[in-house]
Design a protein around this ligand. Structure first.
Ligand code: F6P
Length: 424
């Protein structure tokens, strides 16, 4: 906009909605935009102005929504450009409904905004969280301990899933897939048996156990009031330590994940979205978030975005891929190889048992995959349980041919052996 041929005045509100409510702003000129591409954070400051209380009067009885509208009209603005995550978009949509012209941009490290495949800030945070896991690898490998790295992301697991995969975490716990601590321990012990000296667990800050996920919201809230741990990672650590006697260490990179210089992806991505936002404003097209869908920059109506969370789908192929790429070294070569997956191994064992005439074990008893899959979460959709199960099924079905192939080979080699030793 600053570069457009049309004369455009740009005002920056300080600390986000707070500046709009209390009329704190300054005019922005070219020099304000110079040299900021490499900077993280915001040149205007930000504040938590929760949507939940936006319609409540402030401590002095001020009607915040009315105050924002008055400042908008007083300054004779044509449009408000709003950058932020979920809460920000709910308020933006409210202001749109109040008659203000709004264009928004998806900015959050959580990548949880509906209507866009990507938010800016996310890839930079993935880089930092991955670095944290990478650094932990060194000590983990030396000491042979269990390490937990807690990753931000609020109620969703995008950041943990991506950083967990990129950092080669052995177990990844996401809010969308409530975890079973026994399965986590089973996995740690399984790695031990395979000769792996350490286990690294990437835990989303919003991860939740099966037991907690089964609680009503009221009971869960009650439990959290007396929660003795600083965060879920410490609870997971305490449980592992108690049940296995193993040394567990927790690392919480915390707000480091929101800092530093943006990565090149984010710089390009934010520039592209910003450019499109400028175009929308010059075209007088309002009420949209500029998003990114199927590798295209798109305009998404604000009413479609506000109030919806984009969570990790437990059925998503990336989740199945994460499960399959976890684990170990080849027993033959000692080199890392794509793991056949604990689930698949169990299935293979069952088929071998069947071949040997042993009764077939039920699928329910099969060990857990690396990314824990379980039932419903109060943080995601009610159909999760069903979908989790079908995801497991999908993984198993997909892998069936290779298992069958292996069995066929075993049968053939047995036949050959029998032929070799059979009396003529
Ligand atoms: O929404 C972005 C985010 O960084 C979340 O990942 C995290 O839960 C939260 O903000 C932290 O908020 P605050 O800085 O207010 O503690």
């Amino acid at each position: 906009l600053a570069n457009s041929k049309e004369e455009v005045e740009i005002y920056g509100f300080l600390d986000g909605y707070r500046g709009l409510i209390y009329g704190n702003f300054r005019m922005l000129t070219d020099k304000d935009f110079s040299g900021i591409l490499t900077k993280g954070g915001t040149i205007l400051g930000t504040s938590r102005t929760p949507f939940k209380t936006i319609q409540d009067p402030d401590p002095n009885g001020l009607n915040k929504v009315e105050a924002m509208k008055q400042n908008y009209y007083k300054l004779q603005l044509d449009c408000l450009v709003i950058l932020g995550g979920n809460g920000t978009h709910k308020t933006a949509n409210l202001l749109r409904k109040e008659g203000l012209n709004i264009v928004t941009l998806p900015k959050t490290i959580d990548n949880d905004l509906w209507g866009t495949d990507m938010t800016f800030g996310f890839q930079s945070a993935v880089d930092i969280a991955t670095d944290a896991i990478d650094c932990i690898h060194t000590t983990a490998a030396s000491h042979g301990r269990v390490f937990i790295v807690e990753v931000m992301g609020h109620k969703v697991g995008w950041l943990t899933l991506n950083a967990g995969m990129a950092g080669g975490a052995d177990i990844i716990l996401l809010p969308e897939i409530p975890y079973d601590i026994d399965k986590v321990i089973e996995k740690i012990e399984d790695r031990d048996k395979k000769g792996c000296r350490f286990t690294i667990i990437a835990v989303a800050e919003g991860a939740i156990s099966r037991e907690d996920a089964a609680l009503t919201k009221k009971d869960y809230k009650k439990k959290m009031e007396k929660y003795p741990f600083p965060s879920v990672s410490y609870e997971v650590a305490a449980q592992i330590q108690e049940k296995t006697g193993r040394e567990v260490r927790v690392t919480v990179p915390g707000h480091m994940q929101r800092g530093g210089s943006p990565c090149p992806y984010d710089r390009v991505f934010a520039s592209r979205l910003g450019s499109e936002a400028g175009k929308l404003i010059l075209d007088n097209q309002y009420g949209f978030m500029v998003g990114y869908k199927n590798r295209e920059i798109v305009r998404v109506p604000l009413e479609d975005v506000a109030g919806k969370l984009k969570t990790v789908d437990p059925d998503a192929t990336i989740v199945q891929e994460a499960e399959r790429t976890k684990d170990g070294k080849s027993a033959k070569t000692g080199q890392p190889e794509p793991d056949i997956g604990v689930q698949e191994k169990a299935q293979k064992d069952q088929l071998l048992d069947a071949l040997m005439g042993k009764p077939v074990q039920k699928e329910d008893n099969a060990p857990n995959p690396s990314v824990a899959k379980t039932e419903k979460s109060p943080l995601s959709e009610p159909t999760l349980e069903k979908r989790s199960k079908s995801a497991e099924g999908a993984t198993l079905n997909k892998e069936k041919p290779s298992v069958k192939e292996e069995l066929r080979k075993i049968k053939e080699s047995r036949k050959e052996q029998e032929t070799e030793v059979s009396p003529t």
